[in-house]
Design a protein around this ligand. Structure first.
Ligand SMILES: [Zn+2]
Length: 538
């Protein structure tokens, strides 16, 4: 080692010590004044720049998974994966090669190019055909809801056509139903003979503006490999269209997109008609198989009978990795989305693992992968559980619960669906907080988090967040957060967290989990719940 090197090392060491003591100092202060310090420490690790945004399949994701497994072990949980705390999950990864791909609207033999990125993007969640050329029809929201006799496809000849739709649905269809069927659009389309879908991003209920969302198109998209769980089989073209550029799809159709948006804003059903043009697409993409991991630990129940029933506490550990830089920052840290939920899960493992509280049922602590690719890790676990499937009685999910202002209420996904609501209300009453339904059903949050993977496998489930009333100042804070930080590099360690809110939320969450793990009867779907149909025979 040369002297200059020694000097340089000495300087680095001094700097390091300085940094460490500042951090330690902040910590000591935190621990004394703020019970959320332990929770925040997990987030500091998981959402640090070194973790590079925990992209599914990356080494950083694996490191995060190891951190969680170690924490579960220290907390006294037993492994509940495959031969350890991990459950491996295989994915097909697809990434568009945009310079070799193209999209155009064909009318009277003339091709009008669609600018990829600015005007539309290919959704790589499906196995695109190399080349597609087909006539287009506008199918409104493209929804088929048998329960309410609502069918956007009725009376249209869609054989061999590409369906153009506006995402979302009419307000006449109840939120959960609308959410479920917008997730399941393809099966009805396929029956009607549709070969591809162009989905115009509905500005209503859209968290991320186009200018930001278009940046995500160069990230690989993941599907579950060889599990038979992917719903889009047979779809050969999937395009997302910028609403600000959608007018060009409607030229000479007798309708305008502006007119369609006006009807959408009124909440009514949309007109449906053939478009006087075809779409021509040629799509080149890279494809590979990758592996990632769910992390699962178990705490055995104390009741001789109820210990054979399992309550799942879930949170996703993956985020979206590195991407297009915003303000020169390429790391999408995912501090709130969802290092925060994983931190809550780890702290719950520590609290329950200490044995101070007796839980009658067994509890699975589950950190899942692939959420950002469409709930893939939870979908895989719910279909390939490491305990008997029909003995999983509930899932409580935490995803980006946003402690940005005082915790006065829970917003609950699934509140109207099962008698888990009774446990929740009981705990909330004691804790002095309100229990609120989703104030923004148009965001389809009910099918956008991991609880939904359990729901569709018959398990009564809920998801919890710090609550707010519609159009309140707190709602504005949440909307601003989504617009600026959601799936952006600024969802990092530098943001205004209300630590007391986080601590109170975490504490109340523990009580909810305890109440559900100890309830006398197995949780049940409400009789009028649409999702009751997925329930297994008991
Ligand atoms: Zn997310």
């Amino acid at each position: 080692m040369t002297t200059t090197e020694i000097k340089r090392h000495a300087v680095t060491a001094t700097l390091l010590i300085a940094v460490m003591s500042v951090t330690a100092g902040t910590f000591a202060q935190n621990a004394a004044t703020n019970p959320a310090a332990a929770w925040w420490a997990h987030i500091q690790y998981l959402a640090s720049d070194q973790m590079a945004g925990r992209e599914t399949g990356s080494v950083e994701h694996r490191r995060a998974a190891q951190y969680i497994a170690d924490a579960f072990k220290r907390a006294g949980l037993k492994p509940a994966g495959i031969g350890g705390y991990f459950q491996p999950v295989k994915f097909i990864s697809r990434k568009v090669v945009e310079p070799k791909s193209s999209l155009a609207i064909i009318k009277n033999g003339k091709a009008e190019p669609v600018v990829l990125g600015e005007e539309a993007t290919f959704s790589m969640s499906i196995e695109h055909a190399a080349r597609t050329e087909a006539p287009m029809a506008f199918v409104g929201y493209g929804l088929t809801v048998p329960e309410t006799n609502y069918d956007d496809l009725a009376g249209l000849d869609l054989k061999g056509k590409v369906a153009v739709l506006l995402s979302g649905g009419p307000s006449e269809i109840p939120g959960p139903l609308r959410a479920h069927y917008s997730n399941e659009r393809w099966s009805a389309m396929k029956r009607a003979g549709v070969i591809g879908v162009i989905s115009i991003q509905n500005p209503i209920g859209q968290d991320i503006p186009w200018d930001r969302s278009k940046l995500a198109r160069f990230r690989p998209s993941l599907s579950l490999a060889g599990s038979g769980l992917e719903a889009n089989q047979g779809e050969q073209l999937a395009v997302t269209f910028n609403p600000a550029k959608a007018e060009k799809l409607f030229v000479d159709s007798g309708h305008t997109f502006a007119e369609i948006m006006k009807i959408a804003e009124s909440g009514k059903a949309l007109p449906r008609f053939n478009l006087p043009a075809s779409i021509r697409a040629s799509v080149v993409f890279e494809r590979k198989v990758i592996e990632s991991q769910n992390v699962a630990g178990i705490l055995r129940g104390t009741d001789p009978k109820l210990k054979d029933e399992y309550v799942v506490l879930s949170a996703h550990l993956d985020h979206v990795g590195k991407g297009e830089p915003i303000n020169n920052d390429p790391i999408y840290n995912g501090a709130m989305d969802n290092a925060s939920g994983v931190a809550t899960l780890i702290e719950a493992a520590r609290a329950f693992g200490s044995g101070k509280k007796q839980l009658k049922r067994s509890v699975i602590f589950l950190a899942v992968t692939g959420e950002e690719h469409g709930l893939k890790g939870s979908r895989y676990y719910a279909s390939h559980p490491t305990v008997p499937a029909n003995q999983i009685v509930a899932d409580i999910n935490i995803d980006m619960f946003l402690p940005l202002f005082p915790f006065r209420s829970f917003i609950v996904q699934g509140l109207e669906e099962s008698n888990l609501a009774d446990d929740l209300r009981k705990v909330a009453k004691t804790a002095g907080v309100d229990v609120l339904s989703d104030p923004e059903p148009e965001r389809r949050a009910f099918v956008r988090s991991d609880q939904y993977s359990f729901i569709r496998n018959g398990v009564p489930s809920i998801s919890l967040k710090v609550g707010f009333v519609k159009d309140s100042p707190e709602h504005e804070i949440v909307k601003k957060w989504r617009k600026e930080r959601y799936h952006a590099p600024s969802d990092d360690l530098n943001q205004p967290i209300d630590f007391e809110s986080a601590a109170r939320f975490n504490d109340t969450y523990l009580k909810v989990a305890e109440e559900i793990a100890n309830r006398a009867e197995r949780p049940r779907w409400n009789n009028d719940s649409f999702f009751k149909r997925f329930a297994r025979q008991e």
